[in-house]
Ligand binder design. Structure first.
Ligand code: ZN
Length: 235
């Protein structure tokens, strides 16, 4: 019966494929949405970098640096070294897409400055989730080869579920950063109404990639439960 796991036609493998398809579609969608609204020049004409620096100042944040990094949509905020990194396409572009993404990262800096609980929670979960997802598969395999030690297998499955918890905690952090970004852009007059609508579309597309990642991890967890959860007859 262990053979079923190695069987290429293992039907639960469809769950993994579904997860990959969902993630792939979300990633393609955010890329095409960003490209589309990267053609939409903002009337203010500021770059992503200038917008970020302006927003941070306007929020009274003086201890965060802004730098440019390589890569596609690699924009991020690191609360550890207080560094807001913008990819080339965001940093140098004056499009509503670039300003929207830059403002979103500023949203994370604001969360950090205001001790937004989900952000702290996420930071605390990161190391645990990393260890969990690294150990989960070896634990399950060892459990299987130890004459199907269900306790060890269950610990392995629980370890994997930490990765899902991390991704679920990420969702409010991401949605909140975008909400803050759009509010700041409106208040600060960095974008006009029609530009805000476009920036929101880019940020919604970006948020969908996090939803897709969580869904994909859930499907992998479901697969582990279907394959290894519960006691089994080993005949
Ligand atoms: Zn974010």
């Amino acid at each position: 019966m262990y053979g079923s796991y190695y069987n290429f036609f293992d039907p639960t493998f469809l769950l993994v494929i579904a997860g990959l398809v969902i993630s792939g579609l979300a990633s393609a969608y955010v890329n095409s949405t960003f490209r589309k609204y990267d053609e939409f020049r903002s009337s203010k004409g500021v770059t992503g970098t200038s917008a970020a620096e302006y927003i941070l100042r306007s929020q009274g944040i003086t201890d965060v640096g802004v730098q440019q990094i390589s890569g596609n949509l690699t924009d991020n905020y690191n609360s550890g070294n207080k560094m807001l990194s913008l990819s080339e396409a965001t940093a140098q572009s004056t499009s509503v897409a670039a300003i929207g993404v830059a403002a979103h990262e500023c949203g994370h800096a604001v969360q950090d400055a205001k001790n937004y609980i989900p952000l702290r929670l996420r930071a605390a979960i990161v190391p645990v989730a990393n260890i969990g997802s690294t150990l989960s598969f070896p634990l399950i395999m060892i459990g299987v080869f130890m004459s199907w030690n269900q306790t060890l297998i269950n610990i392995g499955i629980l370890a994997f579920s930490l990765a899902l918890i991390f991704q679920l905690v990420t969702l409010p952090v991401e949605f909140d950063a975008s909400r803050r970004a759009l509010a700041i852009l409106r208040e600060g007059g960095l974008l006009q109404e029609d530009e805000l609508v476009a920036a929101r579309k880019v940020l919604v597309a970006a948020a969908l990639t996090y939803v897709a990642a969580a869904l994909s991890t859930f499907l992998q967890l479901l697969r582990l439960v279907l394959l290894f959860g519960g006691n089994r007859n080993r005949d």
